[in-house]
Design a protein. Structure first.
Length: 595
């Protein structure tokens, strides 16, 4: 029996031979491993099985944006520090230090949800096999120390790219959903249910959730396991039992798209009607393999996010988009760039809407790629302990409060609390004849994605040509996919009124309570109607200008607007540069305010 077969037998792993072989090879070579895949595909199983096979202890950490460097490395015990000073015995090892000292596996679940500062702590441990603890010295890793981390794919909202430096330390093992036969075997293994009809049917239902057009995140095989157990206890082979089981197991395991009009139960009912046989009792005619995705599309561009058979759409747009030699990752953006022609030439409204959804998702996915890591800019405050106050103990400040006192009170503990500084931004985008729908969408979606990821940012969108129009108010809550879709439908036309745009932006910011208020205007600086916009720029607390660099651009005016607005001008030749510029502008503002 080979090593992979032994792991499968010992740890009950179904399939995954290739992934196990690659992970095992990497760990044996002393390489750190990053396992990427959707929820419920067995990332943890692969990590712990490989570690268990090599007989290494595992220390688990779950990624969270509130996780701190102190929790990962370790901390000093205040009473022991007061008694003995900053000695080694007063230091409580965190999971990273423990894994290094014991030559074990640091298993980090959902690494790309960790704050950037915590991610950076890993670099010396992974690279130099040592970390430095203040007042103690170096902690060196024993043989066997390795980091195995998991992350959800980038298209899962709420995640971000790891820093380039950290990704460079990992070997990647991607995981996709397993085949239908393997998922049936997994359900049988975990439930002990031998009824093939029941198991095949619940697996079919779970798989259909992954390709349903109204579902953002489908159910994993765990949902099928729950449905099988519930149905077995509710009435086994009856269709009614499976329906009841689905209504219990699926609502907590699937996530609907924001634009979905129906309830989660209506979506489940659609799936059940498609998957359950006509007969009241289940039988071996219960077909498997619900929807197949087009192989032409890749992550983020496409059918893995939308589901269903897209062959009709591709056949219809073949004369509009040249797919020959086009990388898979670019197919979705090709739909965005050619959307106007698709809208004009394709007569089937359903196919046009499908093309629009592909374009919108591709734009948002590309922005996520362009942004990279987007750590929150946090404001740190020290405050005395009080019930309900969240924060980490600031050891040195607490010790200072306690020194010389015979008795310690709870309020002698000093907490370090972090909170984001509230910001509001208005993005004003030139929608005159030089702009097309996909460019408008890319620019505005950039700020929407940033607002979602940063959490502390409220944003508004103003488009302008002859006049200015508020597309999204700063206080208004709008679904990002709807917003991007509406802008994709916008046809650029008319003259350019920069004065009216800046006036509208000021009006939006005036009605908002925020510590930081920012205006961002995207223009070539060439205004053809309205008054000189310079005077209005001087009224902004902070104004950034992103100048579209072409033959007709006016850099002098753009520089003046940024200078008068106490901001900065950026030149761009390609709209894909805008997401990173927006984030850099917001970060530079935050750093200046907090320095």
């Amino acid at each position: 029996m080979g090593d992979v077969e032994e792991i499968q037998a010992r740890f009950g792993v179904v399939g995954r031979a290739g992934e196990l072989r690659r992970a095992l090879a990497a760990v044996r070579a002393g390489k750190h491993v990053l396992i990427e895949g959707p929820v419920g595909v067995g990332k943890t199983v692969i990590a712990t099985s490989v570690a268990g096979f090599l007989k290494r202890p595992v220390f688990r950490v779950d990624g969270d944006e509130r996780y701190t460097e102190q929790k990962l490395v370790g901390w000093f015990d205040p009473p022991l520090v007061l008694k003995n000073g900053y000695v080694k015995d007063a230091f409580i090892e965190g999971p990273l230090a423990t894994a290094m000292i014991k030559g074990g596996v640091l298993f980090i679940n959902e690494l790309n949800r960790m704050p950037e500062g915590v991610q950076n702590v890993l670099l010396p441990a992974m690279d130099e096999r040592r970390i430095t603890v203040p007042k103690i010295g170096a902690v060196k890793a024993e043989d066997g120390f390795i980091v195995i981390a998991t992350q959800n794919p980038l298209e899962f909202i709420g995640t971000s790219l790891l820093s380039e430096a950290l990704r460079d330390r990992f070997e990647l093992v991607p995981l996709e959903y397993q085949s239908e036969d393997e998922e049936i075997a997994i359900v049988q293994k975990h439930t002990g249910i031998s009824d093939q009809s029941l198991v095949a049917c619940v697996v079919k239902v779970a798989r259909e959730t992954r390709v349903h057009q109204d579902v953002r995140r489908g159910a994993s095989v765990r949902a099928a396991i729950s449905m099988a157990v519930l149905a077995s206890n509710l009435g086994s082979l009856s269709k009614k039992a499976v329906r009841e089981a689905a209504y219990m197991a699926l609502p907590t395991r699937i996530e609907l798209r924001d634009y979905t009009k129906g309830t989660v139960f209506q979506v489940i009912e659609e799936i059940l009607k498609k998957c359950l046989p006509e007969a009241e009792s289940l039988n071996n005619d219960c077909e498997g393999g619900c929807g197949k995705n087009s192989s032409m599309l890749d992550c983020g561009s496409t059918s893995s996010l939308l589901g269903g058979d897209l062959s009709d759409l591709f056949a219809e747009v073949e004369g509009i988009i040249d797919f020959k030699g086009l990388p898979k990752a670019e197919v979705g953006l090709a739909f965005a760039k050619n959307y106007y022609e698709i809208q004009r030439r394709v007569k089937d409204v359903h196919l046009v809407n499908l093309a629009k959804r592909i374009a919108v998702r591709a734009i948002i996915f590309r922005i996520l790629q362009c942004l990279g890591p987007t750590p929150k800019q946090m404001k740190t405050q020290l405050m005395p302990f009080a019930p309900g106050v969240e924060g980490e103990i600031d050891l040195e400040s607490s010790v200072d409060e306690m020194l010389g006192k015979a008795e310690f009170l709870p309020e002698d503990l000093v907490l370090e609390s972090k909170r984001p500084r509230k910001a509001a931004a208005v993005l004003m985008v030139d929608a005159s004849t030089s702009m097309s729908g996909d460019k408008l969408s890319m620019a505005t979606a950039s700020l929407g994605v940033l607002a979602y990821k940063l959490r502390y940012l409220d944003y508004g969108i103003v488009t302008f040509s002859d006049c200015a129009k508020v597309v999204k108010g700063v206080k208004e809550k709008v679904n990002l996919e709807f917003l991007v879709g509406d802008l994709l439908d916008t046809r650029a036309m008319g003259l350019t009124n920069l004065e009216e745009a800046l006036k509208m932006g000021l009006r939006e910011l005036d009605g908002v309570k925020a510590e930081d208020k920012i205006g961002i205007v995207i223009t070539d600086g060439h205004y053809t109607v309205g008054k000189d916009p310079r005077e209005l720029a001087s009224r902004y607390p902070k104004l950034f200008v992103i100048m579209i660099d072409d033959y007709d651009s006016k850099p002098d005016l753009c520089e003046d607007l940024a200078r008068l607005g106490k901001g900065r001008m950026y030149k761009v030749a390609d709209f894909t540069e805008i997401p990173k510029i927006l984030f850099d502008a917001l970060r530079s503002l935050s750093q200046k305010r907090h320095s």
